[in-house]
Design a protein. Sequence first.
Lengths: 294, 611
Amino acid sequence: MFNSFSQAQSTMVNEAVEAPVEVKRHASIHREQTDTVGEITVANPRMTCRNVDVFYSGSQAIYNVSLDIGKNEVVSMIGPSGCGKSTFLRCLNRMNDTIDGCMVTGAIKIDGQDIYKKSMDVVPLRAQVGMVFQKPNPFPKSLYENVAYGPRIHGIADNKEHLDHIVETSLKRAGLWEEAKDRMDQPGTGLSGGQQQRLCIARAIAVEPEVILMDEPCSALDPIATARIEELIDELRENYTIAIVTHSMQQAARVSQRTAYFHLGKLIEVGETEQIFSQPKHKLTEDYITGRFG
Amino acid sequence: MNSSVNNRHKAQERVRDGLKVRYRAERRFQFYGKLAIGLGLLFLSMLFFSILSKGLPAFQQTYMELEVTFERQYVDPKGDGSEESLAAGDYGGLVKQTLRNRFSDVKNRREKRALYSIVSTGAAFQLRDMVMSNPELVGNTVRVWVPADDELDMLLKGHTTELERHAGSGIASLVSGDGEIKLLSTSNDFTNILQDLKRMLAKSARQSERKLKRLRDNLADAEKSLLQLEEGILKAQSKQPQNAARIRVLEEKLADAKVSIDSYKEKAAQEEMIFSDLQQRADTPGGVERLNSEMPSYLVFVNGGLVKLTSVSNTQATGRALTQLESMHEAQAGEWEILEFETPQTARRLKDNALAWAWDLKQKGQIEKRFNTTFFTAGDSREPELAGIWGAAVGSLYTLVVTLLLSFPIGVAAAVYLEEYAPKNRWTDLIEVNINNLAAVPSIVFGLLGLAVFINFFGLPRSAPLVGGLVLTLMTLPTIIIASRAALKSVPPSIREAALGVGASRIQMMTHHVLPLALPGMLTGTIIGMAQALGETAPLLMIGMVAFIVDIPGGFTDPAAVLPVQIYLWADSPERAFVERTSAAIMVLLSFLIMMNILAVFLRKKFERRW
């Protein structure tokens, strides 16, 4: 009863928001109508995704996903391997462009701007939507160069002092300053795994993005380093919008406010994290959370 | 239950049985591997040993000291001491005059010609340069070291003949007369020579015996056929007397057979005489025997001069003086010696008189081996002692500069485009396959292409490093492209994603991150390609870089040779001295190649990064 009410409400809101959005349809492939359980919209969205489909060389990886990502919130995406959560995340800053044969349809907007429209330049988009990857991937350059690279190519810094300042604040926000300040000239690849990942976060926030996408940022790290990153995510929430893909449900429960459950390319259920983990509404979500598969 | 236990036992037994075979297979495999490596090292060491043993002597060159009097009649034909006049001087004549002064007892024309040939033709140019730079030398006498001829050089390096020295054990007294010198020893000093001679005589006797036997066999055959012919004629006369033509033919044959029997008989009689003479001389010890030029040469060094022996007995020898003896006094035991040059005179280019002059110069310290700077500073020459590799080295340098300047940028640009920008479709697949195939095209085909396109169509000069470089560029491009693509592929995608993730554009990603990381691999590929180009001969033959070029090339369009072609040219030359120069040039080329490969390894090690 509650379920159906929520669905009805979501459809209603969807229509209201969606009206001006032009939805691109893929002609040759039949669109399966899916209904996501839970509230996909938020009051003050930073990014809105509507009816997103993703195809890899003709085969469909994401089916009709609609999701809002609110300002200053952490949205976690969970689901079994191959469910499309990483693919969806990579659509949000068009990292999928680098993959041959990848096609994205539907509408993804940041602050009302469609990021897939022709006139959209990916360079400023990626400055706006930063990304942290699964495996820590610092440049084989000094710590300073790693963090300064983004601001430098975008011309953010006015002068050397300003750049130093940006590097310092970024490292401080990423919680790496104390460890890094004495070894700024040493290569970023010489750090430990957890430090490297924090360096990558510092590098991402150095260009002052609005959204940070994190693709399983802790999967290559030990529990202590993971705890450190999770703490950091919580602190970053004050200034940034964060979308995080994770395999660890505990992590999703710890760091996020909202959780989206993906299954076989479909967004099955979205909701407040607490609600998803305590009272999942969909059978698949419940099975996954209770560990019946995954 | 029981059967499953049994099964398990059986399975384990089988595993244990099989172990021995498996381990044996592994040991055998290891053995094959070691054998292959061992063989490889063996052949490599043989190659290096051969090259080093042949080539190292080339870094030394024989020089001889001449006491040159710069007589005005030779060096200053006009007599005014002007530069023009000095340049026109007859320095060759001066060298000849100097040699005649040094060996004053050389009289006849043939000997003189032999004498002139022990000095390099470069000596005249050296004297000319000396006079040109210091005209005050005219009229003065100076001691000058000039390069010796390559044959003399080979003699001193022991390639011409082996020398055995036997010290005289008796007191030698000398008697001269009729232009001959007779040596009498109180001991059997010449017995060895005589025994050698006897052995040779015995050998000739055996040969003669075989020849005699053959002649006698022939004679017997001829006599047999004579009988048959006679019989045939009788038969023909009795059975078919009307067939006169046939009888006539048979009679003609009979006459021929009689003639050949006579000639065989005559030859056999001659041979028999020769044989019995040889046999007798070989069998009886002692006696006097003449030496001939098919035998080793025996020279006696006595009283500061050399006597070439012409006949010997046990205690006596007769000979002819090749260099002047200081006196005709008796020589005590140990104060004189017999020099045995084992290669017969007919089998070497330097005759006994030249050997004697060389010995004389050596005794007086006027000939010595020095470091061969000419080899590293001169261009090619017909005279081995004047030939050097500098011309070829400079030619190789110019060629490689052209190759590097063209192939590196083109190769890297092609690799970057194909790897990063080109759409993956049938056309790019076709291009990729063709590039890989180009790497396997025989290099001479590139030479033909260069000849047809660069020389015949575009009209570029022949034998020029520019064209050589263009051709080698075509040849090395596939190597560089393939290596560069591999280097680009080996840059982890995480670095690209990291760069794109902070908002770098594609070109920024390439130039800031991917290219610097791929550069060591690209450079390694380029250096290996350059090493390949440095060692390439075939395509350069086609564009005329095989020409004989004496001058050091001064630019990209001057005619030039390159190192491998120089090696090819020298290996083709008949002079013995070019053999060692060939090996020496190979050593220089190999050291360049090894240096380039070490540089490639060094670059790879230095810039290798781990992720």
